[in-house]
Ligand binder design. Structure first.
Ligand code: PLP
Length: 405
């Protein structure tokens, strides 16, 4: 059989588009990690201080999570063998869901293969074409895709603008369909936090379903990392809570928390649950261990916030724009260094890498035109020396490129 060696004419339009990306300077190659996801690690053969991962608490390499995965693999094998509704629900999946529900103090929880699947699967299952989705303009792509799949009418409010959200709710108040008010808990590109209490007030005033995606808040905000609902004390006022197991929790997956009936309904109608195989037992085991670590090692979260405060202060002292002027002000470990121009941002990121700092350049369409940035995330496991080392590189490269005066 002949091996396919090049793009056939049917797909040549993709090559043309790639060439356009190259012209615009937005084309990228994947950086490949040679070792563990750690504060200092090796990408493409180069040792760098890693400011790019979501491994907030260092759990990707925590001995307890590692051991749990190995034990589960020995005991149960490497795969679940089916989707949850056919034969792929293992006891360890149920244990994880019970653990999450207890942790979040809700009736029930269901785990999806990823946070993306949790959002897309839930929004598209709960809403239909007669319904309305009122969504923050900076909500995650998985919410947007779920909203589109639902075929509900989508109304987008200006970022964190509660008055605008109310206008939109008023517009549809007379319509018979269900209304969903939906927001990220922490916004992934700017690191700012949703105005949750005010949004809960609105949802109650207009009888809307309230949904929060806490991907970047899971393990970061609230007691022991219980998320924004706990942080703002709005327990019982959010109908659908989504969290991720892929970021601070250190493994992979997404979960939905809510009432028993909500979760039962998702068992019956959420398409990633019905049509895609469940996690390997090792993943479920790692996640169970991770929630134990969240409960037993709160000092990790304290260290995360300690490092975050230090990092923001020192970056500001260097003279970088870390948000808050024409962009939202970060309130979490996500700290953007706003550059503005897309090409300059990508060049800056590359220069940082050459000097031993990994910070991802993010440009349009992921963030608005003119607001390109290098996004940095410090973790609980960065040492002060590592942070100082990264700051020195940022100072040097920033001056050399004329970004700092
Ligand atoms: C990362 C992220 C997701 C997706 O989570 P995965 O588990 O990586 O699929 C969903 N929502 C938000 C806001 C995120 O930042």
């Amino acid at each position: 059989m002949a091996t396919q060696t090049s793009t056939r004419p049917q797909l040549s339009y993709l090559t043309e588009q790639l060439n356009q990306f190259k012209q615009k300077g937005t084309y990228f190659r994947l950086r490949v990690l040679d070792d563990e996801q750690a504060p200092v690690c090796t990408f493409d053969g180069k040792r760098v201080i890693n400011l790019a991962s979501n491994n907030y608490l260092g759990l990707t390499t925590h001995p307890r999570l590692r051991e749990a995965a190995l034990q589960a693999t020995r005991k149960y094998g490497v795969g679940s063998g089916a989707v949850r509704t056919i034969a792929g629900t293992m006891k360890i999946h149920m244990e994880l869901e019970e653990k999450i529900a207890r942790f979040k103090n809700v009736e029930a929880s269901v785990v999806f293969q990823s946070g993306f699947a949790a959002n897309a699967g839930t929004v598209s299952a709960v809403l239909g074409k007669e319904d309305f989705i009122i969504s923050d303009e900076l909500n995650h792509a998985s919410i947007i895709d779920g909203a589109r799949l639902s075929r509900a009418a989508i109304k987008v409010f200006r970022h964190k603008d509660v008055a605008h959200a109310e206008e939109l709710l008023k517009e549809v108040a007379g319509q018979p369909g269900h209304k969903l008010l939906i927001t990220d808990g922490v916004f992934s590109m700017d690191g700012d936090v949703a105005p949750l209490p005010a949004l809960c007030d609105l949802a109650e005033k207009y009888g809307a379903i309230m949904m929060v995606d806490d991907a970047h808040a899971s393990g970061v905000l609230g007691r022991n990392g219980r998320g924004t609902i706990d942080h703002f004390h709005v327990h019982g006022r959010v109908d659908i809570q989504v969290g991720t197991l892929s970021k601070a929790v250190g493994a992979l997956g997404g979960y939905v928390c809510g009432s028993r009936d909500l979760i039962d309904f998702l068992y019956h109608r959420a398409r990633p649950f019905l049509f895609s195989t469940s996690h390997p037992p090792s993943v479920a085991a790692s996640c169970i261990a991770a929630f134990e670590v969240l409960e037993q090692e709160p000092e990790r979260i304290e260290k995360l916030w300690d490092n975050t405060r230090y990092w923001k202060k020192e970056l500001g002292n260097l003279g970088y724009n870390i948000g808050g002027v024409n962009t939202p002000a970060s309130e979490t470990p996500i700290t953007p260094i706003i550059i503005g121009d897309g090409k300059l941002t990508m060049d800056f990121s590359r220069e940082l890498f050459k000097e031993g700092v990994m910070g991802t350049g993010i440009a349009f369409p992921t963030v608005p035109e003119g607001k390109a940035r290098v996004r940095t995330i410090v973790t609980a496991t960065h040492t002060r020396e590592e942070l100082d080392g990264a700051l020195e590189v940022l100072r040097r490269v920033g001056k050399r490129m004329g970004i700092l005066r």
